[in-house]
Design a protein around this ligand. Structure first.
Ligand SMILES: NC(=O)C1=CN([C@@H]2O[C@H](COP(=O)(O)OP(=O)(O)OC[C@H]3O[C@@H](n4cnc5c(N)ncnc54)[C@H](OP(=O)(O)O)[C@@H]3O)[C@@H](O)[C@H]2O)C=CC1
Ligand SMILES: CC(=O)N[C@@H](CCC(=O)OP(=O)(O)O)C(=O)O
Length: 336
């Protein structure tokens, strides 16, 4: 299959490019940036010298002639662009009968009202929202394989949902709101310069209190209320979430351990039991690591991912694998 990446100069786009070129069943046929991009015509490896020799590919402006080239030459289009840009671009590629994998949040929520409330814009194509498959690979494989538009799950929600859905599915959660405290490395904020992500400014601080868009994304796909608070930490990549769960009365540790067995055969999930996941354990790795400890009815679950891999490019490639009926791990295990 021929793949093009729109937004290839960004952190998630470049990560995806590095995976696609090593994938045995995929060919990377184009790397695109905006028409007015300062990076157009540069090589991807000029921006990411660690990929010298691997990604010596030009960054092409997404002009009208580029759309024509993509129509002729691509099977899969990966949108590694801002939410609003993805909302605009996806219908154009869908109309060309391409399969679209959108790494943004542009098609993850259920209704236009959610976009107004949590993203601050009216959705221009609400008719597509119920056609997009939610790209949470371990939980929605059949829909991902079938759909023409895949809304790859958000980074924080990928960690939270894999940590919590086993408990929800087993009926072990009490009614109480689940508290999720999450810390992300700075690549989570993208490559563009901003004061908030400046080297001298970042230490460790929460943001988005009560209104981060990943709160409703987690609630929508978990079916349970959460209080989600992200933090920005002074490390480049990785997400660690500490999740406080009140279990129903009399739920035992045996039941909790049993609930997590639903993920035991998933090759990109590592169940650590009472061992504690860390950023170090997942950096540049395609896995979600999940650990948990219980005291009475209080359960603390820890989940860790690399935001650019399982939180973005890795999961996008996993969704592509599902579409091609390949093993989840093709091009992922041992690729780093
Ligand atoms: N970083 C992360 O950890 C994660 C990111 N995501 C999502 O993935 C998407 C990309 O994120 P990230 O890689 O961090 O972002 P970056 O800011 O690092 O990259 C954005 C890319 O989009 C390009 N771009 C901007 N405008 C356009 C346009 N109109 N047409 C074509 N290309 C354009 C940029 O290049 P230029 O401006 O030069 O044109 C750049 O290549 C976002 O929606 C983000 O929410 C999802 C999960 C995790
Ligand atoms: C550290 C940081 O700023 N992280 C981003 C989330 C990462 C991301 O790009 O969000 P999606 O997964 O929804 O695409 C944020 O909080 O907006």
């Amino acid at each position: 299959m021929n793949v093009v990446i729109i937004g290839a100069s960004g952190y998630s786009g470049a990560e995806l490019a590095s995976l696609v070129v090593k994938h045995p069943n995929l060919t990377l046929t184009g790397c695109y940036v905006s028409e007015g991009s300062l990076d157009k015509k540069k090589l991807l490896s000029d921006l990411y010298p660690e990929h010298l020799g691997l990604l010596d590919l030009p960054l092409l402006p997404l002009s009208e002639s580029a759309f024509h080239d993509i129509q002729i030459g691509a099977d899969y289009v990966c949108l590694c662009t801002d939410h609003k840009v993805s909302v605009d671009l996806a219908p154009r590629f869908l109309a060309m009968s391409k399969k679209v994998f959108d790494l943004s949040g542009g098609y993850r929520l259920a209704s236009n009202d959610d976009y107004v409330t949590y993203y601050g814009f009216e959705h221009k194509h609400p008719e597509l929202l119920n056609k997009a498959a939610y790209g949470l690979a371990e939980w929605n494989g059949d829909a991902i394989a079938e759909a023409q538009l895949v809304a790859v799950a958000g980074c924080y929600p990928t960690a939270a949902l894999n940590a919590l859905k086993p408990l929800q599915q087993a009926g072990l959660l009490s009614e109480q709101r689940i508290i999720i405290n999450a810390v992300s490395g700075v690549t989570g904020a993208g490559r563009k310069a901003s004061v908030g992500t400046h080297f001298c400014e970042v230490s460790l601080a929460p943001y988005g209190l009560f209104n981060h868009r990943h709160g409703p994304e987690i609630e929508q796909h978990l079916g349970h209320q959460v209080l989600f608070t992200p933090h920005l930490g002074n490390f480049p990549r990785g997400i660690l979430e500490t999740i406080y769960v009140q279990l129903k009365p009399n739920v035992t540790s045996v039941q909790v351990n049993q609930a997590y067995q639903v993920l035991a055969n998933e090759p990109l999930i590592r169940l650590l039991g009472d061992k504690i996941p860390s950023i170090k354990g997942v950096t540049k790795q395609p896995y979600v690591d999940i650990g948990w400890q219980q005291q009475g009815q209080q359960l603390i679950v820890i989940a860790a991912i690399d935001n650019l891999l399982k939180g973005a490019a890795g999961q996008a490639l996993q969704c592509i694998n599902l579409s091609m009926n390949l093993d989840h791990t093709t091009g992922l295990k041992g690729a780093f």
